[in-house]
Ligand binder design. Structure first.
Ligand SMILES: [Zn+2]
Ligand SMILES: [Zn+2]
Length: 148
């Protein structure tokens, strides 16, 4: 994470503003390919001095404070970055995702599709499978005979 921040002393505390450049890694919400991108996130947060009067006026958990002359940027950066992330990251806008039948990546194989078998032919497909199994069985039997 690269930070380009400006710290300004204001009446109530320290105003931190600038940008954070973060490298985001994850996976595509459609095809599950790993993805990685850079993002600039704007940061602007006022850290109140501990003795600042505004704290007593408006006791708010969201208020950040200057403690021991330093500010804790981590929660501020985390909030800013997390809220800027997309809910459904995709590797590219037109990502075709995965085949719902077999899980193949459709980006790699745009013509990928499945023959929708006519149920009347499925019995024949079964017969073809059995015939191939019989062939294999006969072959192994003959192999055994040759050995003995
Ligand atoms: Zn994708
Ligand atoms: Zn498929």
């Amino acid at each position: 994470m690269e930070l380009d921040l400006r710290f300004e002393s204001v009446h109530e505390g320290i105003l931190v503003s600038g940008t954070a450049n973060v490298e985001v890694t994850g996976e595509c919400g459609r095809c599950l390919e790993p993805l990685r991108f850079d993002r600039d996130v704007d940061i602007q947060e006022l850290f109140f001095y501990s003795d600042s009067q505004s704290l007593s006026v408006e006791e708010d958990e969201e208020q950040h404070r200057v403690e021991n002359d330093s500010v804790d940027l981590e929660p501020v950066l985390r909030d800013a970055v997390v809220t800027s992330l997309p809910f459904q990251p995709v590797c590219r806008e037109d990502c075709k995702g995965l085949c719902s039948e077999c899980g193949a990546r459709l980006n790699d194989d745009p013509d990928h599709h499945h023959e929708v078998l006519d149920p009347r032919w499925s019995a024949l497909a079964g017969l073809a499978g059995t015939a191939a199994e019989n062939d294999a069985a006969t072959k192994s039997e003959s192999d055994e005979r040759e050995e003995s």
